[in-house]
Write a protein that binds this ligand. Sequence first.
Ligand code: PLP
Length: 461
Amino acid sequence: MTIDINVISEKDRNSVLHPFTQLKDFATGKIGDPTIVETGKGIRIRDAHGNELIDGFAGLYCVNVGYGRTEVSEAIARQAHRLAYYHSYAAHTTDELAILSDRLVKMAPGKMSKVFYGLSGSDANETNAKLVWYYNNLRGKPTKKTIISRERGYHGCSVISGSMTGMSFYHDHMDLPLPQIVHTGVPHHYWGANPGETEAEFSARRAAELDQLIETLGPDNVGAFIAEPVLGTGGITPPPEGYWAAIQAVLNKHDVLLIADEVITGFGRTGSMFGSQRYGMEPDLVTIAKGLTSAYFPLSASIVGEKIYRVMEEGADRVGAFSHGYTYSGHPIGAAAANAVLDIVETEDLPGNAHQVGAYFQAQLKDRFAQFPIVGEVRGVGLMGAIEFVGDREGKKRFDPSLKVGPRVSKAARDRGLIARAMPHGDILGFAPPLVTTKAEIDDIISIAESAVRSVMDELV
Ligand code: PLP
């Protein structure tokens, strides 16, 4: 199909309200025309001008199986022809949905029981908050409701999930966070540790702070702790040594549920099927989205632990039907897409690829960038990584934000044919390529990124 780029750009500018876009700069053309993305194959996308870009961020860390997988598009088409829709209310189901749910319960971390479906990571976290409240109401602990999340955590943009998100620019001017959500310190050793403090000591301190926060709020008032196994949008930051064991002990001590937000880390990105498995977490609820369908269809889920589900089932005679659900919960096309994607994840062992190619990627990132005078830290795990830029390496000081170092490096990479994301918190270049990325493709990503970083460094020093 040939499109008229000017016509599409004008229609878009006049009518689309774009997320995370400076509205005036877009409306006035200051930031140029929209990028019209037309096709994708493997780890590359092509825009309407015919420019090919390596997608070093897999869309938004989601197209894990890569673009153009006909196994998935054909599964979607087959299901659409056979039965495009039916709901899952009042015990209705489809074969694809039942098969998918059985797979998810078996593969998920922790002792899981049931799967509830939504359409986005945000709505799945919204569901998880309601499940925490429902569970504690049903078991006679009606005050145990506060949910603790972390500064720099990202859990979505809806009202509760946006409140869970721990970055103020997601709250400002939108009346968030709601008082049911309280934040605790981010486990980022580079920025948070005291001089000389080891990773293990720092982890123990963060756990002690959480313990103290729960004591202050009152253990009878705290229902759950929500966290990503590896911080994603807050800066792609793996946990410091010993963090999850120390946190888990505090949660167990106070009978506080753990919600593992595996929206990014689920289905292989860290080199394990789930981040919880990699870090020995024992979640009671697991949030999944993105990689579940590799974004070929909008689908998310809350995987509900046995402990919570038992209480829900036992309470059913008292409270009646479980009164929560969406028109599109368990959409059969989404389920078919997810089953086709999970087939690829399993047969091609994408967690194994993320582990192996990821180790190479992490080594290359460290080798090529860690010594640059504007680089403070290089970090990551599996196929997610970040380079954090600082104005003063010795004194650990950030660049003046007005220099926009992160966005400039990201733009320089883009001009050279690589999408690597300027993370919103600090001057950070983030990578999360598809899990099918090969070592040779990592070499391409690294060499373009190096050229981009050098070009901005030359302008700065
Ligand atoms: N949780 C995590 C860890 C995420 O990274 C995201 C999105 O990036 C979300 C939740 C929200 O997902 P969605 O954008 O599908 O609402």
